[in-house]
Ligand binder design. Structure first.
Ligand SMILES: [Zn+2]
Length: 277
């Protein structure tokens, strides 16, 4: 399973090709997270495909203003209701990706951080209301854990169970992962772990309980390091590269990639409450 793939960023031909190639590589489930309100409608189209599921949400760096008389929760709840009445209603499996991204914000930009926190809280509230799991994007810069700490406070405040919360493209260390998984939380590992400077994430890996780990590509972003082509423009990342992330993870944990792929698929189906077909 590719637990986080933006196939809506590809054109329809590329989309067909990359799903075909992923299926051929043994990847049979795909979860496409929402990024911005204007792109939500496209997700309904994409989710008509077999085994393609989706989430609704606004990424912390893609927040657009909300009308004065409305909240982000209300907008999201209305969209969920509308979705449930459509053919692809059962394909809506989560709220996301929502969260905090302080990587692109200077520490001086406190106002922007507050806007992100508010949007995150409001969307997480909708997840609780609808009893849907949440996909969290959480990013800090240079070893800081400000976004991580703020995200955890908001999760506690909203009273959503950690077993319904997935930190996607996990980019923190052993201390964070231990605490989070002890509470029952899930994490998803992306190609970020393959970067030469990702020692912290690699060190965290052995502390993720086997039933709490998912794997993703975050395509077309985060191409695994081994697939980079030196001196050339980099190809887009694709869902079939879940296999490469699994290989890399397996190498660190001393496990076969197929064992990693099968366990993380099982975990993903459980986390997103996808009934096996
Ligand atoms: Zn993403």
């Amino acid at each position: 399973m590719d637990s986080h793939v933006h196939i809506d960023f590809f054109d329809s031909k590329q989309r067909d090709d990359c799903i075909r190639d992923a299926l051929a590589a043994g990847i049979d489930y795909f979860v496409v997270p929402g990024v911005s309100r204007e792109k939500w409608a496209q997700l309904f189209e994409i989710a008509r495909r077999e085994n393609v599921f989706f989430a609704l949400g606004e990424h912390p760096l893609e927040l657009t203003d909300v009308p004065e008389n409305e909240s982000r929760s209300e907008i999201l709840l209305r969209e969920i209701k509308k979705t449930k009445e459509t053919r692809v209603g059962r394909k809506l499996v989560a709220i996301g990706e929502i969260g905090l991204d302080y990587y692109h914000l200077s520490t001086k930009n406190l106002e922007r951080r507050e806007i992100q926190r508010r949007a995150f809280r409001e969307q997480l509230f909708a997840a609780v209301e609808e009893k849907l799991p949440a996909i969290i994007h959480c990013r800090d810069k240079d070893g800081s854990v400000d976004a991580w700490n703020d995200a955890n406070s908001i999760i506690t405040e909203c009273e959503i169970s950690p077993k319904d919360v997935l930190f996607h493209s996990f980019s923190y260390g052993p201390e964070q992962v231990k605490k989070w998984c002890e509470c029952g939380g899930y994490v998803s590992i992306s190609g970020t772990i393959t970067k030469p400077n990702a020692q912290e994430i690699r060190a965290a890996l052995p502390f993720i309980p086997r039933e709490k780990m998912l794997i993703e590509t975050d395509s077309p972003f985060l191409l695994p390091h081994a697939l980079r082509i030196a001196g050339k423009e980099q190809p887009a990342n694709e869902p079939k590269n879940v296999v490469e992330v699994a290989r890399f993870v397996g190498e660190i944990l001393g496990k076969d990639k197929w064992e990693i792929l099968s366990q993380t698929r099982e975990n993903g189906l459980r986390f997103f409450h996808i009934n096996r077909q």
